[in-house]
Design a binder for this molecule. Structure first.
Ligand code: ATP
Ligand code: MG
Length: 564
């Protein structure tokens, strides 16, 4: 059975591509890229960008590159590179041979910089950082030319080569594009394009002591890779004029041919009850508010995977929310609903008792066991049925018995009959209690002719239908009930500190009684525990023959009620 969602709706980016294809701009070519900086783990926001870029390439018969934008050595590492590769694969996307590192283009970037110097489009500035800031002006006042702006091309080239050779300390000079210090767009007031920084790079080691600035490097990376549409988030909108300026100059210099890559901005994903800032995510991990980057409550893709969310649910979610030009918030329940839809289609059903109390069937023979048959998926009979053992003592949910029933309660109470799902109808006879009044066992008698699937099964009508697990056969396991990590829709919104809004009850660890087949679950096997929600065998803590389970999501959105 295929679970692919229908083709995504039109959006403004698709419209741009369609128009360009009609005009023959790229000859039908669509080449996108996902360009993470390897300075953290990917999160739900990145997933939107991944699904968008790889999705466009897929739908237009193009390719999408995975490119590490590693121009900022101090914060980057191989650990992050590895986890990013794994997460993009996990989301179901394939870059083929198109795996690139910006750092592999450092030579070309350097050559481009020398060309800009020689052609009068860049100069070495020697102002202090403070002075440079003061000279830049403000949003309302133009900037002033640096006294070094009029250096000759020869002098600039000599200084730049000596910067590269390591003759100057960090920060002594910067190379700047020579554009317009009076531009109303601050990003065009001679932006820095190279700085001196003695830092070990995860890929190039100590080869370089000057590094290109992100805003300079990125357009060049796109042009080298013949990217057609360079899709980024809205905060780069004001950088677009520089992106175009730079590539235009370098095309004039023969480095690249036209048409040049086109930057297109879209609104980043903001999800309620979630923080997506790398700085905040690092803080959650370092201050041990969570167990690590892959804590199932983290909005990282490694966390989402452990939580049991599906890659397909991510793709469905991004298709559903679409792409827009203006920032907004998406409710977390929309994300959960996409996941629930996918899990509802694909997860096999199993039985689990999360808050167990014994049910003793007094008229059932001691030591006898028989099989009952439960469907693996009620809407998909072709997935078959499995045998579940039935015996004299069962585990049932504590909440499925009330000594004194409240109004409208149809489950077990003295004198009432219910169906043990896939088994017999039983009539409740009473309960045992300990000295504190806590119920220790519920008693009942079964009606032998009412077994599900046998001819007389429906002769007795009952209103309640409860699940159970044979006590002698049950697999007792740790189950983690996860909930949202924050209690407010926009963490930190009112108090200013997002940590004040941490949900103290975001995880509850319990011992549950599970049907015996669950003992053989492999890591990452997903199930619906009937009446409880969707669960996954934890990929980290499960052992062979001893899986532990994480709740991915409940069956219904319990927060809707809580918010009212
Ligand atoms: P940084 O502040 O470190 O740059 P970042 O979240 O932008 O953080 P990158 O590694 O630069 O991280 O992001 C890679 C790509 O993912 C970029 O193209 C970025 O625009 C996109 N991206 C990041 N966050 C989101 C988000 N919340 N929604 C959509 N796309 C995002
Ligand atoms: Mg970024």
């Amino acid at each position: 059975m295929s679970h692919e969602a229908p083709a995504p709706a039109a959006n403004f980016i698709r419209n741009i591509i369609d128009e360009q294809n009609a005009a023959g701009k790229w000859g039908g070519r669509v080449e996108t890229r996902f360009p993470p900086e390897p300075n953290g783990y990917l999160h739900l926001g990145h997933a939107k960008s991944i699904c968008l870029n790889f999705g466009l390439a897929r739908d237009y018969g193009g390719v999408c590159h995975l490119r590490f934008d590693d121009t900022n050595p101090e914060k980057e590492s191989q650990e992050y590179v590895d986890s990013i590769v794994e997460s993009v694969k996990w989301l179901g996307f394939d870059w083929g041979a198109h795996l690139y590192f910006a750092s592999n283009y450092f030579d070309t970037m350097y050559a481009c910089a020398e060309y800009l110097i020689k052609s009068g489009h860049a100069y070495v500035d020697s102002l202090s950082a403070d002075d440079m800031r003061a000279y830049r002006g403000t949003l309302t006042e133009p900037g002033k030319d640096s006294p070094y702006r009029s250096r000759s091309a020869e002098e600039n080239l000599d200084l730049f080569r000596r910067m590269k050779a390591g003759e100057f300390p960090d920060g002594a000079h910067v190379l700047r594009a020579k554009i317009d210090m009076a531009s109303p767009n601050i990003n065009l007031r001679d932006p820095a394009i190279y700085r001196i920084k003695r830092a070990h790079h995860h890929n190039t080691g100590d080869t370089w002591c000057i590094y290109p600035m992100y805003t300079y490097a990125h357009p060049i990376e796109d042009a080298i890779e013949h990217i057609t549409h360079s899709i980024c988030t809205l905060e780069f909108e004001d950088q677009r004029p520089f992106y175009d300026w730079l590539l235009d100059k370098l095309a004039d210099g023969g480095f690249f041919t036209r048409p040049l890559p086109q930057q297109i901005e879209f609104a980043r994903l903001n999800l309620t009850y979630v923080v997506l800032s790398k700085r905040k995510l690092i803080q959650l991990v370092e201050e041990k508010h969570v167990s690590g980057w892959d804590d199932p409550r983290m909005p990282t893709l490694v966390g989402a995977r452990r939580r049991g969310y599906t890659a397909e649910g991510f793709r469905r979610f991004t298709d559903q929310i679409g792409v827009s030009k203006s920032d907004g918030w998406i409710d977390y329940s929309v994300f959960e609903a996409s996941q629930r839809d996918v899990l509802n289609d694909s997860a096999h059903r199993r039985v689990a008792v999360l808050d167990p109390v014994k049910l003793v069937i007094d008229n059932y023979p001691e030591g006898q066991t028989e099989d009952c048959f439960a469907p693996n998926h009620p809407q998909q009979p072709d997935l078959g049925k499995r045998a579940v053992p039935f015996s004299k003592e069962l585990w049932i949910e504590r909440e499925d018995f009330m000594e004194t029933p409240s109004k409208g309660y149809f489950r077990l109470f003295p004198g009432n009959s219910v169906r043990l799902r896939y088994g017999y109808v039983v009539q409740c006879t009473g309960c045992d209690k300990d000295a504190n009044g806590t119920i220790t066992a519920v008693h009942c008698d079964y009606l032998p002719d009412t077994k599900s699937g046998t001819p007389g099964a429906d002769s007795v009508k009952v209103k309640g239908n409860i699940h159970w697990v044979s006590a002698a056969h049950a697999y007792e396991a740790e189950v983690r009930l996860y909930d949202r990590l924050f209690t407010t829709a926009q963490p930190g919104g009112e108090s200013g500190d997002f940590l004040n809004d941490l949900n103290a009850d975001s995880v509850k660890v319990i011992r549950a009684q599970l049907e015996p087949a669950l003992k053989d679950a492999a890591p990452e096997d997903r199930f619906q525990f009937e009446r409880h929600g969707y669960f996954v065998a934890d990929r980290v803590d499960s052992k062979v023959g001893a899986p532990v389970f994480n709740r991915t999501v409940t069956l219904k959105d319990s927060w809707v009620k809580a918010e009212k």
